[in-house]
Design a protein around this ligand. Structure first.
Ligand code: PA5
Ligand code: NI
Length: 186
């Protein structure tokens, strides 16, 4: 049965939802095969295995016609220079999605298999992910980067697509601290 109308109290400082649904914690060990430098990844995953990001969801089910929301918080860091990021995924049925940047500085990297797009995300930026574009978020700053996602409940997450096709680019910082997008490779 559909969810009844309800309000969520969002604490913009603490980035919490009330009521809230499940929270997911992704540590370095959960990001296998994603960073270019696999030995740097393995060392970190086998070492202190830091939390790279968390995803807190609203209590809306991930089923067709519902419109769930989540808040992702990516911690600042880099692995062999490659900025900390989400795993990235494609939606199996190519449904669209919107992100709203809340805190910190980040980027929204999108790839449709041929074209790459990068959106700078700072608090107040709405990033639109069109149907058929795989998407990955990156922390480009030195504090946590957080954003709200709103997505069709039936969108799903195809993580294998990114392992097969990549994301088109990888994000680093250059000497002046600007984002340096490099060809995906590896
Ligand atoms: O729905 C989304 O696209 C986001 O909520 C992501 O799932 C979230 O940012 C975590 O990224 P990923 O699912 O690629 O690990
Ligand atoms: Ni998505």
């Amino acid at each position: 049965p559909p969810v009844s109308p309800f309000a969520i109290a969002f604490d913009a400082e603490r980035l919490t939802l009330s009521p809230e649904g499940p929270t997911l914690t992704r540590r370095m060990s959960d990001l296998e095969g994603l960073f270019l430098d696999q030995s740097a990844w393995a060392e970190s995953a086998a070492g202190d295995n830091p939390v790279v990001y968390t995803v807190t969801s609203s209590p809306v089910p991930e089923i067709n016609r519902e419109l769930p929301q989540s808040i992702t918080t990516i911690f600042p860091g880099a692995t062999a220079g490659e900025l900390w990021m989400t795993k990235g995924h494609q939606h199996p049925d190519h449904q669209g999605e919107i992100y709203l940047a809340l805190k910190g500085r980040g980027g929204l990297l999108m790839f449709d298999g041929e074209r790459v797009e990068w959106l700078d995300m700072t608090p107040g930026t709405i990033g639109y992910i069109p149907p058929g574009w795989a998407h990955r978020s990156v922390n480009t700053g030195d504090e946590p980067y957080a954003f709200l996602a709103v997505y069709p409940g039936g969108a799903g997450h195809d993580y294998g697509w990114v392992l097969t096709h990549g994301m088109g680019s990888r994000a680093y910082l250059d000497a002046s601290g600007s984002v340096d997008l490099r060809p995906y490779a590896g």
